[in-house]
Design a protein around this ligand. Structure first.
Ligand code: PLP
Length: 401
């Protein structure tokens, strides 16, 4: 395998569709919260592949489970039973309180399934409802349905017309939500913590407005927990911290620890309105993906990782706030557990390459926000080391301005 950066970039430029703006490093190896590039440089990972590598890199238990499953049986299709889908659905039901799961392969597919199930619910009730309410600054994925409830014009405009029946309301504006929801609303969809939108948790008052609007009109509530779910915020799901009772929940990212898998979690009410053939996926919930996800859930619950995230998350928050206080261009620090955003008074883009120079991987989102989604297994000592490097990167950006 040739990994010299020029070969990699040259080959990709010729043959890979140029839809991603990549950082100029080639990552070849990982261990825990550390990554190494093809030049042998080490980085502390405060991004975990956008919230995916929940157990860190090259986790021994996950690697063993994947290898064992690959040597046993990877895929059967959904035309047959296999032993792992039911086990995983049962674990997710215990964690979320939603009794049923539909398995797919990505976050966008999970959202897509939730939107379809919401339409199907109203169709079965013989009271078809077409409309969805979504939030400004939302991000739900790139497929047509998920894109239709994503607010960013930059992502939407080249692909219009999208679903015409979506109304966007400002985030954390209870009055605007109440005014928009009616008895034509099939569902309200929201991320309990907006991720791509700049790490913005919903406020308790807005969560209460969602519950009230659903109670008044019968509209379903879809919680998109693709980024915020599965322990990331220190709660199994952030909707629980907000006291919300979703009818549908989309999950993805961390679920397989890096093996692609997503799921729509479904209330019994909604599940009762679905029939054979309503939805499907060739790969969805195959043995390899379910085995990886069972390993992640086992670590989260049985292995005590959620408790650890709460402890390390509090330390992370304190340390991050102390770092932020040293740089006058950091305006706000938002988040929970191990999901954090630093809002700057300027473009956050230069922080990313400055981080690479210091040996830390972070991400820019919503133009002005530095987003931090470390592996869920990060320790206090690793957090100190990584945030020390981020401090140096912020210092370099401040000095260059
Ligand atoms: C909240 C949310 N929903 C959906 C998605 C789409 O997930 P995927 O990229 O796996 O399709 C994302 C991805 O960032 C997300 O953050």
């Amino acid at each position: 395998m040739t990994t010299a950066i020029d070969d990699v970039v040259g080959r990709e430029t010729r043959h890979v569709l140029q839809t991603y703006r990549r950082q100029p490093i080639t990552l070849v190896r990982g261990q825990g919260v550390r990554l190494w590039d093809s030049e042998g440089r080490e980085y502390l990972d405060l991004l975990s592949g956008i919230g995916v590598a929940a157990l860190g890199h090259a986790h021994a238990g996950l690697a063993r489970a994947i290898a064992d499953q690959a040597a046993t049986l990877i895929h059967t299709s959904n035309l047959f039973y296999h032993p792992l889908q039911g086990q995983l659905a049962e674990q997710l039901a215990a964690l979320s309180g939603l009794p049923r799961a539909f398995f797919c392969n990505s976050g966008a597919e999970a959202v897509e399934a939730c939107l379809k199930f919401a339409r199907r619910y109203w169709y079965t009730k013989k009271e078809p409802r077409a409309e969805f309410i979504a939030l400004e600054e939302s991000f739900h994925g790139r497929t047509f349905g998920a894109l239709s409830v994503t607010s960013d014009e930059h992502y939407r405009t080249p692909f219009e017309p999208l679903l015409p029946t979506v109304t966007f309301v400002p985030v954390n504006d209870p009055a605007a939500l109440a005014a928009a929801v009616s008895n034509r609303t099939a569902a309200i969809i929201a991320e309990p913590v907006q991720g791509e939108g700049g790490v913005r948790p919903l406020t308790p008052a807005f969560a209460a407005a969602i519950s009230a609007a659903c109670a008044k009109t019968g509209a379903l509530f879809i919680a998109d927990e693709v980024q915020s779910g599965l322990g990331r915020t220190g709660h199994p799901f952030y909707f629980q911290a907000l006291g919300l009772k979703p009818h549908l929940v989309s999950v993805g990212k961390a679920l397989g620890g890096g093996v692609p898998i997503g799921a729509a979690l479904v209330s019994q009410d909604v599940a009762d309105t679905l029939s054979f053939g309503d939805h499907g996926s060739t790969y969805g919930g195959n043995l390899l993906a379910c085995r990886a996800a069972l390993c992640v859930i086992h670590e989260l619950v049985g292995g005590g990782l959620i408790t650890q995230i709460n402890r390390v998350g509090r330390h992370f928050e304190q340390t991050l706030k102390a770092v932020a206080a040293k740089h006058s261009f950091v305006k706000d620090v938002r988040g929970s557990g191990l999901m954090w955003g630093l809002e700057l008074d300027r473009d956050a883009g230069p922080v990313v390459p400055a981080g690479l120079v210091q040996g830390v991987i972070v991400n820019r989102t919503a133009d002005t926000v530095v987003r931090l989604l470390p592996p869920l297994v990060i320790t206090e000592a690793e957090a100190d080391e990584a945030l020390g490097r981020l401090d140096a990167a912020l210092g370099a950006v401040g000095a260059a301005a």
